[in-house]
Write a protein that binds this ligand. Sequence first.
Ligand code: F6P
Length: 323
Amino acid sequence: MQKIAILCSGGDVSGMNPALKRFVEYSKVKGLRPYFVQNGFEGLIDNDIHEAGYSDVTGIISRGGTKIRSARSARFMEQAYRKQALDNLKSHDISYLVILGGDGSFKGMQLLGDESDGIGFSGIPSTIDNDIAGTEYCLGVDTALNTIRCAIDSIRDTASSFSRAFVVEVMGRECGYLALVSALTSGAEMCLIPEIPYELDEYKTCFHKQMGEGREYFIAVVSEALKNSEQIAQWFEDEIGVESRITVLGHIQRGGNPTVYDRLMAFNFVTHAIDGLLEGKRSSVVCYSKGGFNHKKIEDVAFKQYQMNEDMLKVGAEFGSKR
Ligand code: F6P
């Protein structure tokens, strides 16, 4: 019976646990013996690899985070440690490895694929940042967006009661996807992300006009990449004449029980990863685009720059323009 392993790498996302459950169950359906690697690439180096069964995944579908833990591994960038990792996989006689992670993890996977002979690797895009080239969706994004939506709905209640401006700083690393979708779906008045240039003077003209027409409070969604939350809060006080507060949402965006959408996507990503490996795909990433799943070569994903969808950028550019 062939053996297949799975690991989670980089920032955890809600959806990893449902993926682990599907991994164990679908591996067995396909006649494979499932293994868990603890602590991401660190566990691969340290041989923290164990066979997994139904009892390891009972009750985890509703939990955020990852039962097998995650890590960011500096050691894995060194060839000697990667050799150790490959030797460990061989010592367990593992034929396939599924990797849940972001672009840093896929760079590691590409190196591993180049240096291994015989083992098949499959990547599942998993990061709340949604910043992986080649896929429109990364596991965990929907749960993070719902967490942000929930937080902004609450902030709106207090913002309206006090006629204040709230600067809400959201994660996403260098990518403005979370901020833009959150701003659009929470009815924010301002959205600042690295992909779209903005003029505070244009916002100023627009906000003064709106205040003249009755607007009493403001929600500004700001991407963490810009590092300007303090500056924007001060700008509201000095230039708009509204008292301001800052909420940095931080790591609550990474947790919480996975949404229905993330559970379903976890199920589908894992199914396609295992099917692809059994069909002989040796080093590919399962991507989601145009409503369906497909496999892309790791080199077309790992070192490519993610570009946000043009239509979204166009809508995002409406923020700040004189409305
Ligand atoms: O990549 C996911 C992410 O949550 C980013 O949005 C954020 O910038 C970063 O990880 C935070 O990293 P850490 O959990 O190491 O503080």
